[in-house]
Design a protein. Structure first.
Length: 87
């Protein structure tokens, strides 16, 4: 897989880390450190750092993406003033 953006230090590295989190079930904080070792200057905003650090592993990544633990889309929900329910 090849991932590329204009500079190759921010968005592309974050996306590559997200793919690794999902594929290998790694914590985002560990990938943040690894990415900076292999690509000095990578992940150059605090938002990108916090985003990656928010994932403990695959389950968190899939929840953020709106997927179930096995990778299927989550069932649609309807939210109203009294809470949310499955459609």
């Amino acid at each position: 897989v090849v991932v590329h953006c204009k500079g190759g230090f921010g968005r592309s590295v974050v996306l590559a880390c997200c793919l690794a989190i999902d594929r290998f079930d790694l914590p985002g904080a560990a990938l943040l450190g690894w990415a900076r070792v292999v690509r000095p200057g990578a992940i150059n905003t605090i938002e990108q750092e916090l985003f990656l650090q928010s994932f403990a592993g695959r389950a968190d990544m899939r929840k953020f993406a709106g997927l179930t633990a096995n990778g299927d889309p989550s069932p649609p929900t309807t939210c109203g003033p009294f809470g949310c329910s499955l459609q």
